[in-house]
Ligand binder design. Sequence first.
Ligand code: AMP
Length: 292
Amino acid sequence: MPRGVGMAGELYSVRMRAAAGGPHEAGGRHVSGAERIVSRLDLERTVARLVRRAREHPLGAADFIQVTVERLAAGRLGRVPSLPVTTLRIGAGGPRAARDVAAALLARAGVAPAVAARALSLLANGPGPGDSSMRGAVLMDAQTGRRLEPDQARGVRVSRLDWAPGEQRRLAEALRRAGALAGRDSAERIGDALAVASKAARAGVLAEICWSDDPDYTTGYVAAPRLGYVRLPGIKAAGVGRGGRVFFVSGVADPAALARQLEEEPALVTLDGVIRAPLPAEEFLALDDRGA
Ligand code: AMP
């Protein structure tokens, strides 16, 4: 058991996914998903909470709820420091302007401009088969734009991760103090995505872009070890049900091994990087130019 993560004894990964109109595999509409890593003492309470979360989700009543409980092998829990969080102000240019900023950020992180453009249009159109959304992320070569994920319909799902005890509350307080929560922002939602991005960065992913396929949630982000987690409000127009996630990698010899690491290596995230007050996109890009 690693020290300093505030958890002792047997640990369990608890994962929930819920859909309406049947299971996801049978074409059901995704309603809710969440996961935790908890000690045995908290196991039953956590299962009950996740079932309640699925049943009371604002996207509608789930008629399929799957909860998976898995004991983690002793000593296998990694630690992941969270990326610093910056929220950008985009100005009046709407999604077009936000996507231009995303492209500039991806270029700085080492993604070829044509590849960044390909990823942006993939997310705009729906990266799954028949222009649908995917449950996981696209894995894309940052230089050639080739898709590397072993299963292109499902994508790579970052899994078996959670915040260390108390850390998500600290994140929520820091986001609130920084004035980074506006409109439909929720600290929980940011925490979930920040955990995914931080685990991916730690595993060697060069950069990431994401926006939600939830029609009401219009803030996306670009993340990279060099830039941190950079939130882009209004990267999508309200009411649009298309979105997704792309992980860019460079020089990865075995994409399937990276996918397994992202999916299967259990990790707890600790709050590490600064949480900045919102700032204009140009200001952040200028800061980055100076290597800050
Ligand atoms: P969300 O922000 O949860 O709406 O997710 C946006 C997109 O990211 C989804 O449509 C999926 O393609 C992808 N995604 C969601 N959760 C994960 C995950 N745990 N790992 C990788 N990709 C994910």
